[in-house]
Design a protein around this ligand. Structure first.
Ligand SMILES: CC(C)[C@H](C(=O)O)[C@@H](O)C(=O)O
Ligand code: SF4
Length: 474
């Protein structure tokens, strides 16, 4: 085994084809996932240049952003937005013409790219992975070097199976100890972003390590890696271990028999060696982390439940102070106020951050036998994939949620980014398990507060943010 190498470097150098004088490296790409938003122009580009796809077996497609999450049985008629229908049909046509594997809308493997691909075993340790989507960092949970790319790079990778880029620096974030009762991977992610800042990891690949990270399930690790991009990082990774192995064993696309044994031998090398070095390192104590709520319009504008919204006097620069002033205004919140003092209008549980089975179980646990607060206009649970939906239904979770007053939808990105019919109205305040709280992210004028699934569930019942730990059984 190579001595003293960190995890990122191991995967990087295994895939580096060449480096030019200015330091630009060509990186070989193993897995390329595509969706309906960022692939159409790439397919067009190849067609115009009369270039074939280099290795179509590396591609996996599914439409997720624009698909409606209800009335799917109506087929095309279920799409209220005909532009969205065209995008989805274009992806279908491109996949058929180019013989690219696709999980279509009626396929029981369909879902949000970052939820559906890993659960089929299409994402394996040691791979390099790209997708024309910023939250591709999710797949780093499997010790994968997973990056989001733009549409022109989608075309380059289709044509050459390679990505041209500068090698990022590597940051390790160590979280010691264990997360407290009721504190989840989402709270950890939001906390780290609030400490490191939205641009704090720009130019870096992150490796998450320490006892608290190792104790996370694969779902929790995906939640954590998913939000790396909200710190500006190029990707986030977690070392391969028993948890990774147990998750992958038996999945449809995971290797079998001899191949599995051989793969394991390699995968077991996918952690940072003792003595590995990093360009930056942060160390946190899990015990310091409480359930988090974002109060502003950037993911790092986040506080622990129980803290008050910071005042301008606490800002560290004039830029931060003007950012905060604008955020108070847009979000309709005030300095020094308690986040629990604002009534919530909508609740959204889903997205590639928190649309997995563990997340839905956490919501059901909190809302079981309770009802939505009477002023909540709408509360939705949107599974991240058809598989998550099926598994949740087999546990009876859908019934618990519907009983409490939630809508139970079909898989898709849904209200995470308002590219489909699920949106906030101007001024509406939403407890959301998604990953971005930018202005207008969930609908023009909508106000997003990022929280964990359990915190969103408690807010749905109380009608405002509360500390969910008072409601859970220890
Ligand atoms: C539409 C897509 C390109 C976009 C992204 O890259 O992140 C979306 O997934 C998002 O979360 O805003
Ligand atoms: S769920 Fe949200 S963050 Fe994830 S891919 Fe879809 S739109 Fe992007």
């Amino acid at each position: 085994m190579t001595q003293g190498m960190n995890l990122f470097d191991k995967v990087w150098f295994e895939h580096q084809v060449s480096v030019d004088e200015s330091g630009n490296a060509l990186l070989y790409i193993d897995r390329h996932i595509i969706h309906e938003i960022t692939s159409a122009q790439a397919f067009d580009g190849l067609r115009i240049a009369n270039r074939p796809i280099w290795r179509k077996e590396s591609l996996l497609a599914m439409a997720d952003h624009q698909v409606p999450t209800q009335d799917r049985e109506l087929g095309d008629a279920g799409f209220p937005d005909k532009g969205a229908l065209i995008q989805v049909k274009t992806l279908n046509d491109n996949c058929e013409t180019n013989d690219v594997a696709q999980y279509g809308l009626d396929d029981d493997r369909h879902g949000i790219v970052h939820v559906a691909a890993p659960e089929q075993g299409a994402v394996l340790p040691g791979m390099t992975l790209v997708c024309g989507d910023s939250h591709s960092s999710t797949h780093g949970a499997f010790a994968v070097l997973a990056q989001g790319i733009g549409t022109s790079d989608v075309e380059h990778v289709m044509a050459s199976q390679c990505l041209l880029q500068q090698k990022p620096k590597v940051m390790r974030i160590v979280v010691n100890g264990q997360l407290g009762f009721g504190v989840t991977a989402k709270d950890l992610a939001l906390y780290l972003i609030s400490q490191i800042g939205c641009a704090g990891a720009s130019g870096y690949a992150i490796e998450y390590a320490g006892d608290a990270v190792q104790a996370l399930s694969m779902e929790g690790r995906m939640t954590l890696c998913n939000m790396s991009i909200e710190m500006g990082a190029r990707c986030g990774m977690v070392a391969f271990d028993q948890t990774t192995q147990a998750y992958l064993e038996g999945l449809p696309n995971a290797p079998k028999g001899q191949d599995w044994q051989q793969a394991l031998d390699y995968w077991q090398t996918l952690s940072s060696d003792t003595g590995a070095t990093f360009d930056a390192e942060f160390v946190f104590e899990a015990a310091d982390i409480a359930p988090q709520v974002s109060w502003g319009t950037k993911p790092d504008q986040t506080i622990a439940i129980g803290q008050t919204i910071p005042s301008l006097a606490q800002a560290s620069s004039s830029v931060q102070s003007s950012d905060w002033a604008r955020a108070y205004e847009y979000m309709g919140v005030g300095a020094d106020a308690c986040i629990g003092s604002y009534a919530i209008d909508q609740v959204f549980i889903g997205s590639c951050t928190n649309g997995r089975l563990e997340d839905i179980r956490a919501v059901a646990e909190v809302v079981k036998g309770r009802k939505l607060a009477s002023h909540i206009k709408r509360a939705m649970v949107v599974p991240g994939s058809a598989k998550v939906k099926r598994l949740a239904e087999s546990e009876g979770l859908d019934k618990i949620l519907v009983e409490a007053g939630f809508q139970w939808r079909e898989a898709g990105c849904s209200m995470c980014n308002a590219m489909n019919p699920d949106r906030l109205e101007p001024g509406e305040r939403c407890a959301s398990t998604s990953n971005r709280n930018f202005e207008g992210r969930q609908g023009l004028g909508g106000r997003t507060h990022l929280v964990s699934p359990a915190m969103a569930a408690a807010a749905a019942i109380a009608g405002h943010f509360v500390d969910v730990r008072q409601w859970q059984e220890n």
